[in-house]
Design a protein around this ligand. Structure first.
Ligand code: ADP
Length: 169
C-alpha cells in the first residue's frame, strides 16, 4: 500500500525520487510552482522540456497527461510534469485533474520511483477550489494501485495543508 504524507512547505526543497510539477501545456515554464522548480532546478530541466517539444510533443503536453525530465539540480531523480485543468464552473473537469495524479504516478512507477512529491495541482493560477482539489488528489492516489511506495503532498501554506488533512483522515 502507498503511504500518504502531508507536509507544509516548498516542494523544491524535497528529497524524493520524483517531484511533480504543475506545468502548463507549453512545458516552457510559467509562474507558481512551475517557476520555482525551474529556478531551483536550473536550465537542464528546460532543455529537456524543449527536447520533448521538438520530438513527440510538438503541440505541447495535453491536459491530464504527464511526462518526465531530469530534475537538474533538485534533490530528486526526475521531475514529472503534468498539466492540470483550468477550473470551470460550467464544465466538470475533475476527471482531468484526477488523471494528472494517476498519470504522474504511472510515469513515476515506470521509472522505478519509490517516492513522489506532489503540489496541489490546479489550485493556484488555474483556480481550482482547494478543498475539492485536495479531495480529488487524495481519493485518486488512494485508488491508483501504483508501485510508488510513498506519496508526499507538499502544501505551500497552512490553509492548503488543512484542506488536505481534512480529507486524509
Ligand atoms: P496551477 O497553474 O496548476 O494552478 P500553480 O503553480 O499556480 O499551478 O499552483 C498550484 C499550487 O502550488 C498552489 O496551491 C500554490 O500555492 C502551490 N505552490 C506554489 N509554489 C509552490 C512551491 N514552491 N511548493 C509547493 N507548492 C507551491
Amino acid at each position: 500500500m502507498t503511504a500518504i504524507e502531508l507536509v507544509q512547505g516548498d516542494i523544491t526543497r524535497e528529497s524524493v525520487d520524483v517531484i511533480v510539477n504543475a506545468a502548463n501545456s507549453s512545458l516552457l515554464g510559467g509562474g507558481g510552482v512551475d517557476g520555482a522548480i525551474h529556478r531551483r532546478g536550473g536550465p537542464a530541466i528546460l532543455e529537456d522540456c524543449r527536447r520533448l517539444r521538438a520530438a513527440h510533443l510538438g503541440k505541447g503536453l495535453p491536459t491530464g497527461q504527464a511526462v518526465a525530465t531530469t530534475a537538474g539540480e533538485l534533490d530528486a531523480r526526475w521531475v514529472v510534469h503534468t498539466v492540470g485543468p483550468v477550473f470551470s464552473t460550467s464544465e466538470d473537469r475533475s476527471g482531468l485533474l484526477a488523471s494528472c495524479y494517476r498519470e504522474s504516478l504511472r510515469v513515476a512507477g515506470e521509472l522505478g520511483a519509490r517516492s513522489v512529491a506532489f503540489p496541489a495541482i490546479s489550485t493556484g493560477v488555474y483556480g481550482w477550489p482547494m478543498d475539492d482539489g485536495a479531495r480529488i488528489a487524495i481519493e485518486t492516489v488512494r485508488a491508483a494501485g501504483t508501485t510508488v511506495e510513498q506519496v508526499r503532498f507538499v502544501l505551500f501554506d497552512r490553509p492548503a495543508y488543512e484542506a488536505f488533512a481534512a480529507h486524509l483522515h
